[in-house]
Structures are given as structure tokens and as C-alpha cells.
Design a binder for this molecule. Structure first.
Ligand code: NAP
Length: 260
């Protein structure tokens, strides 16, 4: 149980996700919360949020703990991507060191439903092996990082989707690139998989709505999905919705509790 925030206390939101952006939009309407949204700086032009923001790493655990103290941060919300495990690990330790309460905003993982043909794997190395030896047309829906792992399987024809145009050649032979920023919709992802004649999809189990269209499209088209499980992060208090974060911050946004 955490006490409501004192007036205009500072909150650090660790972002880079649609959830963090949604939280920033809600907080922007709350004059009593002085929040700063932090981006790692992976995309060239993050969409400017409606609250103050900063860009770039903190310099490891000690850098983050120093930042929390120097900026007099009273609460941290880790709304990073479920696969940003290093940042989440650092945050657990730095918050403990600096004595700052931490909450994670983490969407539940996707669950396979009837019609899904998932091959569950523990990590991206296993995903590479699971593609097999026979050449296949692969939609690599994993973002820009770790593409080089798939270079060991050059017999496949890859399609990758990136937020920013690559600055140089990608570390993959036989690759087609689509530039697009989520959220993605079902019609668009169905058309993309058809146009590329995709035979198999590789995805990280991100959860949430912003990237689920490729999974639904694969189900509809009867395609197998190599689904990479989430990496482990240390135990922390987690919620799944923006309104639960707001309640933790002492600003209940649920309509039934606001009399609206
Ligand atoms: P990561 O491996 O967990 O973090 C690597 C380093 O990047 C961290 O140690 C930290 O540097 C810095 N960093 C990460 N998130 C940061 C943030 N929000 N603000 C400031 N610094 C941050 O993370 P990643 O997988 O490279 O992901 C980077 C960012 O992209 C995250 O913010 C995440 O939300 C977003 N993202 C990741 C994925 C994915 O699949 N991994 C997908 C979509 C979006 P220092 O040690 O110097 O502090």
C-alpha cells in the first residue's frame, strides 16, 4: 500500500511503449502530478508526449539511482516493453537503493486461442533454430534489435518491419524492409503477410493491442507463429492498466469513483 503523492511530487515514467504514452496522456490532465517520461532513444523521432520528457540511458543502476535522488523523484512507473528486461532489472535495484516506490505497468502476455499454431520458444536463439533448415518466407516481427541472430539462417527470405529506415545495410541477407510505426491493424497486417507470401511469423510475446494484429492475421491465414516467451525480471508490484497506475499515484481515474 502506498500513500497518495504529496502535491506536485515528481514521477518518473520509463517508456518506449504505447502503454507509457497512454499513461502520459492521462497524467497530462492531472495538474497535481509532475511527471517526466523517459525514452531510451532507440527511435529517431519519438512522438513528443504531452508531458516533459528526456531521452537516453541513465548510465546503469548507479546512474539511475543518482538521477532519482538528484531529480527528487518520489515514484517510478516502469512502463517499458516486457522485453526491455535490463532496464526493468536496473529499475528494481535502483529504486530499492534510492528508497523510491516502484510500480510496473505490464500488459498480460498473449495466450494462444483456437486456430493458433504457435511454437513456444524460450528466447530468440531458440526462435532461430525453430525456423528449420528448409528455406521459408519469414515475417520477423521483432523490431530492429537482434536481427543479426537470424543471419546464421541465410536460406530464408525475411521481411522485417522497422520504425525508422535503417542507416546502413541490415545484418541479414535476403531481407525486405517495411517502415511503419504501430499500432498496427488487422487489415494492414493481413495484407502485408499476403503480399510477402509469408509462411511463418516470428514474434515476441509483447501482449497488448498495439502489435497483436500480426498474431491475429497469422491465425486467420493458418500460419505458424514462433512465439518468444518474455524474459524474466525480478519480482515487483505490477498492474495491467493505466487506471490502476493512477490509483497507485492517488489519482483515481475510474469514472465510478469520480462521480462522472
Ligand atoms: P533494455 O535492453 O532493457 O535496456 C538497455 C538500456 O537502454 C538500459 O540499460 C538503459 O540504459 C536504456 N534504456 C532502456 N529503456 C530506457 C528508458 N525508457 N529510458 C532511458 N533509458 C532506457 O531495453 P531495450 O530492449 O533495448 O529497449 C529499449 C527501449 O525500447 C525501452 O524503453 C523499451 O520500452 C522500448 N521497446 C523495446 C522493445 C523490445 O522488444 N525490447 C520493443 C518496443 C519498445 P542505461 O543502463 O544507460 O540506463
Amino acid at each position: 500500500m502506498t500513500l497518495p503523492l504529496p502535491h506536485r511530487s515528481r514521477v518518473l515514467i520509463l517508456g518506449g511503449t504505447a502503454d507509457a504514452s497512454a499513461l502520459a496522456r492521462t497524467i497530462a490532465a492531472e495538474p497535481n502530478i509532475d511527471a517526466v517520461l523517459s525514452f531510451a532513444g532507440r527511435t529517431d523521432q519519438p512522438k513528443p508526449p504531452p508531458i516533459p520528457f528526456r531521452v537516453g540511458g541513465f548510465g546503469g543502476i548507479s546512474g539511475l539511482a543518482d538521477y532519482l535522488r538528484a531529480e527528487r523523484i518520489k515514484r517510478v512507473v516502469d512502463a517499458t516493453h516486457p522485453f526491455a528486461a535490463q532496464m526493468s532489472r536496473h529499475t528494481v535495484i535502483a529504486c530499492a537503493e534510492a528508497g523510491v516506490p516502484l510500480l510496473a505497468l505490464e500488459r498480460p502476455a498473449w495466450q494462444a486461442v483456437a486456430g493458433d499454431r504457435w511454437v513456444d520458444v524460450e528466447d530468440l536463439d531458440q526462435a532461430v533454430s525453430a525456423l528449420g533448415a528448409a528455406p521459408r518466407r519469414v515475417f520477423l516481427g521483432i523490431g530492429r534489435q537482434n536481427l543479426e541472430l537470424f543471419a546464421s539462417q541465410p536460406q530464408h527470405a525475411y521481411l522485417v518491419r522497422l520504425v525508422d529506415p535503417p542507416r546502413g545495410p541490415l545484418p541479414l541477407p535476403n531481407v525486405e524492409v517495411v517502415i511503419a510505426r504501430g499500432p498496427f491493424d488487422l487489415a494492414g497486417d493481413r495484407a502485408l503477410l499476403r503480399a510477402h507470401r509469408t509462411e511463418i511469423v516470428v514474434a515476441k510475446n509483447a501482449g497488448g493491442d498495439a502489435a497483436v494484429a500480426k498474431i491475429t492475421a497469422a491465425r486467420e491465414l493458418g500460419l505458424p507463429v514462433i512465439m518468444v516467451k518474455r524474459p524474466a525480471v525480478p519480482d515487483r508490484h505490477c498492474v495491467a492498466t493505466v487506471s490502476e497506475v493512477m490509483a497507485w499515484l492517488g489519482h483515481d481515474t475510474a469514472p465510478e469513483n469520480r462521480g462522472v
